[in-house]
Design a protein around this ligand. Structure first.
Ligand code: XMP
Length: 429
């Protein structure tokens, strides 16, 4: 291992990530582990320079105060405790300030500031090779940030032993699947299986108007297609996943309640059991992006805005038709192009178009027409739980409107969605 590490033991604090980020901002790697880690597990971690016991609001679980194995104090590592009364080491009642942390990390623990993406990648490459040996790893490569970065990292570590499967469900944005193939197959020479399942998905979705039903069909079908591909392949022992640290927190830790269940490729049948390879699971989103850039992935892929699993399906409201789906895809491409030109792509958190399943009257070529509308949505948020609208410049909206009306078929009207979240959600379905 290249990097020194400070281990944070989670004794019920909700601030573990704050401490981890503070230490990483000093250039020293920090990992969070559960309070009941054994001394053997701790000793198996390489380059541990010190331990922080982090207690807090959730210190009492089921009426019992969580504690670490007392033998941990005798392993020879410097230990401090935050908000966790103990006579065995120095204790702070609140989060120590940066200077105090700095003194602990560098003076007491003698850690070196060697946390950077280059070293992280080298370390992970070594760990992946150690775990996988000469076996094969299967990965569902959606083209999203996390799966793309994990794919690039696995390719660097094990090359052709990684089998990536990209399922195009027909609800991707314009050129999205093409760019996955271009980057991974043509540039990185990945062992990539591309499955165009457009007809299959759209067939299953035909006439289905209920949003939850649509989501269920898309999610279920995705697992079935992936499973079919997995069964065709032989000798796969591992499943790569783009799990990142916030996914783990949201799924609940030993001291924190679950926020939401998380699975990137959940629901695979019992007889398809793989050991997981999750090299990004200790990274925060910005670090995942930095890792992707260091691995040479294109900036558009690494900095792309969030995109829901059911894709454009939730933006083509009601029962999906190919006609309206095309209108969503084309108008979204125009919006993204114009926002990029106006420098708004890096400023706005998420933006897209929606085509509802009703028509309005208009005039085209001096004749009455009855066609669909495109709704533009542009929002800013920190955590996607609440969101405010971006006050997009009128001139930019006008350019987009004119282009949509001129270039997108079956559309005669463009609207801008002014609604914050709540009461509206970010997506329409
Ligand atoms: P809502 O519509 O709930 O969306 O305000 C909040 C954020 O979550 C994204 N979103 C999803 N992401 N799978 C995902 O990976 C999904 O099924 C899904 N649904 C919504 C949405 O784009 C927004 O960023």
């Amino acid at each position: 291992m290249k990097q020194d590490m400070i281990v944070i033991l989670d004794l019920g604090s909700t601030q573990n990530t704050v401490v981890a980020r503070d230490i990483r901002s000093l250039g020293v790697y920090s990992e969070i582990h559960p309070h009941d880690i054994t001394t053997d597990q701790l000793n198996a971690l390489e380059n541990v320079k010190g331990i922080i016991l982090n207690g807090g609001e959730n210190r009492i679980v089921d009426g019992v105060a969580v504690e670490v194995d007392p033998a941990i104090y005798d392993l020879g590592y410097p230990v401090i405790a935050i908000d966790h009364p103990t006579a065995k080491c120095e204790t702070y009642e609140t989060l120590p300030d940066k200077e105090t942390l700095k003194a602990f990390v560098f003076d007491t623990c003698k850690a070196e500031a060697n946390w950077n993406m280059k070293n992280f990648i080298e370390d992970q490459v070594e760990l992946i090779r150690k775990q996988v040996k000469d076996k094969k790893v299967l990965l569902a490569l959606s083209g999203g940030v996390d799966s793309s970065v994990v794919a690039a990292l696995l390719i660097k570590a094990i090359g052709q032993q990684l089998v990536s499967v990209h399922v195009n469900h027909g609800l991707m944005r314009k050129n999205e699947s093409e760019s996955v193939v271009e980057v991974f197959k043509n540039q990185l020479h990945a062992n990539l299986v591309y499955v165009d399942a457009t007809d299959r998905f759209l067939g299953k979705l035909e006439g289905v108007a209920d949003p939850e039903e649509k989501r269920k069909i898309i999610g279920g079908e995705f697992i079935r297609v992936f499973e079919e591909e997995a069964r065709k392949l032989e000798g796969i022992d591992f499943l790569g996943q783009g799990t990142i640290y916030p996914d783990i927190i949201e799924s609940g830790t030993k001291t924190a309640k679950m926020v939401k269940s998380h699975h990137n490729v959940g629901g695979l049948p019992e007889d398809l059991q793989f050991e997981l390879v999750e090299p990004l699971k200790q990274l925060f989103k910005d670090e995942v992006r930095a890792c992707g850039i260091e691995l040479g992935l294109p900036a558009e892929m690494v900095y792309r805005q969030p995109f829901p699993g059911p894709g454009l399906g939730v933006r083509c409201t009601g029962a999906i038709t190919r006609e309206r789906l095309e209108a969503v895809r084309e108008s979204d491409a125009i919006l993204r192009e114009e926002f990029k030109k106006a420098g708004l792509d890096k400023k706005i958190w998420q933006y897209f178009t929606v085509v509802p399943d009703f028509k309005s009257v208009g005039m085209k070529n001096h004749e009455r027409c009855f066609e669909y509308m495109v709704i533009i949505r542009a929002v800013n948020t920190i955590d996607a739980m609440t969101a405010s609208i971006e006050k997009v410049d009128w001139d930019v909206l006008e350019i987009i409107t004119n282009r949509v009306l001129a270039e997108v078929d079956h559309v005669n009207r463009v609207c801008f969605d002014m609604s914050p979240k709540p009461p509206a959600t970010i997506e329409f379905e």
